[in-house]
Each structure stands twice: as C-alpha cells, then as structure tokens.
Design a protein around this ligand. Sequence first.
Ligand code: C5P
Length: 308
Amino acid sequence: MGSGDEVFVRVPGKINLCLAVGALGADGFHPLATVFHAVSLHDDVSAGHADDFSVAVCGDDTGLVPADDSNLAVRAARLLAERTQVSSGVRLTLTKRIPVAGGMAGGSADAAAALLACDQLWGTGLGREELCELAAELGSDVPFALLGGTAVGRGRGDQVTPALARGEHHWVLALADGGLSTPEVYAEYDRLRSTTSARDPEVSPHMMQALRTGESRALGAAMHNDLQPAALSLMPQLQQTLDVGLAEGAHGGVVSGSGPTVAFLVPDSEAALDLSVVLSASGACRSVVRVTGPVGGARLVEPVMHRT
Ligand code: C5P
C-alpha cells in the first residue's frame, strides 16, 4: 500500500464484450449499452507527496502519453484535491502496459488509479461510491476501471452495474500499429449511420445468457460492437486481423471499444498460445498479448508487487 511516502495502485485495461450505440445526444455523447470486462493487462500508478502536480510516464508507447496537466491522471488528482480541499500536490508515475489509444481505456484506468492512490496518500478517505462519482466526471470509462470484473455500462458508459457472470475466459489481444481517437471513431460512426434510424441501445439477451452460463462458445457468438464498422473504415487493415483470428477458430473476435485493439475469445490457454503464434507470424498486427478475465478493478498494492 505504500510506506506512507508513496502509494501504489494496479489497474486493469478493459475490453467491451458488446457495445450498442444510440444516436448522438445534445450533450455531445452517445447513449450506450455495453458489457465491460476487465482483463489481466495492467498499468501501475504510484503517487508520492509533492507541493505541485506532476506526472512521469514509463513503459510502452510513452511518447504518446501527455506528461503535463492535460494527462487524465493529473486531472483526476487535481479534481480530488479540489473537492476535498487538499492543498498539497502529488508526483504521479505511470507504468504503461495497456495500449495507448487502443480502445482498452488505458487513460481512464490511470485516472481511476490516480483517484484511489491520492485518496490513500492524502488520507481523504472517500468511499468507492464517492470516488465513482468523481470518476464519471473525468470520463465515460473511468468508473468501470474502479469497479473491474464484468459489468453492464449504460448512459455514456459511466453508469456501471456488476453483471451476473460465471467463469474465467482466455483472450488474445491483437495490438495495432498506431491508435484511434475515440471522438473520431464516434464521428465516423455518425457519418456511416446517418442513413439508418436510431434505436435504443440494448445488451442482447444472448449476451446476458452467455455471461450467466460462462459458456465460451456462446459468449463468442454474442460478441458485437456497433463501433466496429467505423473503426474498420478508419483502419481497414483491422479486417485482416479479424479474419486471421476467426479463421484460426477463435470463439469470437471483436474490435474493443473504439479500437484498434482486437480481442479474440479462445477456449483455453493452449488455444491462446496457438492463436498468438499464428497472429504474430501473420504480420496482421503489431504485437499480441494473452490475458484472462475478469479481474478486479483498481486496487492498492504493496511496492514489491508493483515491481513484478
Ligand atoms: O468520456 P470520454 O472522455 O472517454 O469521451 C471521449 C469522447 O468520445 C467524447 O468527447 C465523445 O466525443 C465520444 N463519446 C461519445 N459517446 C460516449 C462516450 C464517448 O460520443 N458514450
């Protein structure tokens, strides 16, 4: 948990098992019905006492992450300080493993971790519920990063409820070269959708049933992402990634969130290894990561765990 001088938090990335998107609202957001699923690909965030606010970024793709006040983790820390009338600052260090701009809510995860870490560091003692309210102000995916597990997201994605879900699932994540901007993917979704009528977003009964039974094949068949055509339109090479994984017998394959990470559901760890070898050899993606889910949300950890 930290020695008192420094606090460590580990936070997972997410994939969306399904994502249904409604028509653009007056607030600039789209109403969603989604199933979030936290997976065993984590960022680590440490928080140390300081007079001012600063952030250092290490790990993968660090050049793409702003190391100034625009970083969502810094904004999270400032928001908590402001609401709890804390006058000190914090020195944040982010160790990135969740792909940047990858559709896995890495920035949101860091913000959730920063809230939890600063709450502990400053002794402000906010409960999960209050932290969740601040999280929703920071971004649509931030509350889920606090909660973790498997959860239904509604509203902008910020209203999260744990889902009745059974079993552990094996995933192969195909990471793409470069990222996609979430607002640009939603804008492309609006452009492609302009001729079709809006409908209320819903999580399908097939998905809810597959979550309840934990049956991998049924879950794979129920996976769907309304944003996938928009992500494919902006990054056509993702189709090849999907084709390779599905031809190899994955139970399902879907672009996660606004992409470009593609998540493949496979029956077991052996199938995950086989698929990761094929995907790597195909050249259809930048890199491949094997993960399991669900895992818990942001949590305080001992420094020794932080370094492993
Ligand atoms: O909430 P977050 O900061 O992650 O959203 C980034 C952008 O993605 C929003 O400004 C909006 O353009 C788009 N978005 C949306 N509908 C949502 C979530 C995000 O249109 N439900």
